[in-house]
Design a protein around this ligand. Structure first.
Ligand SMILES: Nc1ncnc2c1ncn2[C@@H]1O[C@H](COP(=O)(O)OP(=O)(O)OP(=O)(O)O)[C@@H](O)[C@H]1O
Ligand SMILES: [Mg+2]
Length: 305
């Protein structure tokens, strides 16, 4: 079995498990370093998270740094992101939010000259381990960008793209995955009668939910979202927020946002970044009501940034 986070869409068959096995290194790199990933500790979590008594980190960063050539974008960030929670990353422009987010599924690799230091893991896998299968990593850690980016194909083909790459051809199985993904992305009722229509004919908000459905179709455990509402009007934005809340628990979601109200509304924990550093990371209610750090307080109250 894969050691990456639990897959969602539990009714779909475990179609990629054989591939998952082939890319597993024989030893977990974290175990090699003497750590025990996923070890549960009893803690009491106030606010939104108080229904959960067991901490279960899925993403861990330890002194993680990211450079674009000589430019350091992420500076010794250490944090643990909990399974099934929504974690918001906030901070002024250029503080490394997107760089950190893109590191989690190694999207930064697409930018020449990037270099990572320290540890960043998903499940018990060091994502910068040379043996990691990047295709598998990005299937399990899906990403949604600021601007909706559907392929110039039908709605059906957009969602089927990932599963087809995984070798799924059977029409009945594809139909099931497409329906389940669109339902999870709260788009099914709006598009079920014209799945063969071009995805480009959808509104911006629908296109963004389509992109979320496309990410869900590859059965990720983790969903990364980089300002997913910033190109949308308030109504479409509200629908995406509702969707994120509905996906919580089934998925681990990390969202970058400039919208403080949005972070406060939808996230369990909030991380405040500034100049590449993680300044404060705590339950969202605490970050927005009684932050420990003066810089955080100045930022969340609009006095800087
Ligand atoms: N491709 C790149 N090449 C060189 N430097 C980059 C690149 N992308 C980002 N940077 C630099 O890295 C730093 C962090 O950028 P990043 O995009 O992660 O910030 P951000 O917090 O997401 O900002 P914003 O809120 O404006 O999206 C910035 O100084 C930025 O100029
Ligand atoms: Mg950014």
């Amino acid at each position: 079995m894969s050691t990456l986070p639990d897959v969602a869409l539990p009714d779909a068959p475990l179609h990629n498990m054989s591939q998952a096995r082939t890319c597993e290194p024989s030893e977990s790199p974290l175990k090699e370093r003497g750590k025990e990933p996923g070890k549960e500790q009893r803690v009491s979590l106030p606010g939104k998270t108080n229904e959960k008594s067991v901490r279960e980190p899925v993403i861990r960063a330890e002194n993680f740094c990211l450079y674009y050539a000589s430019k350091q974008a992420v500076d010794h960030v250490s944090m643990e992101i909990e399974r099934g929670e929504v974690t918001a990353i906030i901070g002024p422009s250029g503080c490394g939010k997107s760089s950190f987010l893109r590191s989690i599924n190694r999207m930064n690799d697409l930018i020449p000259g990037t270099r990572a230091e320290g540890l960043l893991s998903v499940g018990d896998r060091d994502v910068y381990d040379k043996r990691i299968d990047l295709v598998m990593l990005r299937r399990r850690v899906g990403m949604v960008f600021q601007r909706p980016n559907p392929f110039p194909k039908s709605i059906f083909d957009n969602i089927a793209y990932g599963p087809r790459l995984q070798g799924i051809r059977r029409r009945s199985l594809l139909n099931d995955i497409i329906e389940e993904s669109l339902r999870s992305a709260a788009l099914w009722n709006e598009v079920k009668d014209f799945l063969w229509k071009s995805a480009l004919a959808l509104s911006g908000g629908q296109q963004q939910r389509l992109c979320i459905a496309r990410a869900l179709a590859t059965r990720p455990g983790v969903l990364l979202m980089d300002e997913p509402c910033s190109a949308l009007d308030p109504i479409a934005s509200g629908k995406i927020e509702e969707l994120i809340v509905s996906l919580r628990k089934r998925y681990t979601i990390v969202i970058v946002t400039h919208n403080m109200q949005q972070a406060a509304r939808i996230s369990d924990r909030t991380a405040f970044f500034c100049l590449g550093k993680l300044i404060e990371y705590d339950e969202t209610s605490r970050i927005f009501t009684s932050p420990a750090n003066e810089q955080t307080e100045a930022y969340v109250t609009g006095r800087f940034g």
